[in-house]
Write a protein that binds this ligand. Structure first.
Ligand code: ZN
Length: 150
């Protein structure tokens, strides 16, 4: 398990250093802003949705490695997916980061999101990992808005 943890940490550090889809979008159909006051993470999420498909997704902002890596992994996963698939993954992710840290994460359904299973041991970090998803949910739920993890 120790080796696995180091591998996950490496993935998070890599995404933090070279985040995917880290740019502003010209004409998004949906945007939302997310803020995690406990850590100071701020994210702006941009989406272009057509026929319920996420054609493009990107983010901007500043924050800790976990919040940025989570947004990077999330946007890479969701590009080209339907809104309902995004909502399903959000639920799976949410259940994973709030589950018992001693329980093995379900790698089959989580895929790349498994790298964030380690945050379960650090309650403050759960908000960092979840910020991108909450911001996404606000963007596709209400169209525009500001969301805070508090
Ligand atoms: Zn953070």
């Amino acid at each position: 398990m120790e080796e696995l943890r180091e591998l996950y940490q490496q993935v998070i550090l890599d995404h933090n250093k070279n985040p995917k889809n880290f740019h502003e979008m010209d004409s998004p159909t949906h945007t939302a802003e997310g803020y995690n006051p406990l850590c100071g993470d701020r994210l702006m999420m941009f989406l272009r949705v057509e026929d319920n498909i996420i054609k493009d997704i990107s983010f901007m902002g500043s924050g800790c490695a976990i919040s940025k890596a989570s947004a990077s992994v999330m946007t890479a996963m969701l590009k080209g997916k339907s809104i309902s698939e995004a909502e399903r993954l959000f639920k799976i992710f949410q259940e994973m980061i709030t589950s018992d840290p001693d329980r093995e994460p379900d790698v089959d359904s989580l895929g790349k999101l498994t790298v964030f299973a380690g945050v379960r041991e650090f309650p403050l970090r759960i908000k960092c990992a979840g910020l991108a998803w909450h911001t996404l949910s606000a963007a596709i739920g209400e169209g525009n808005g500001v969301v805070s993890t508090e």
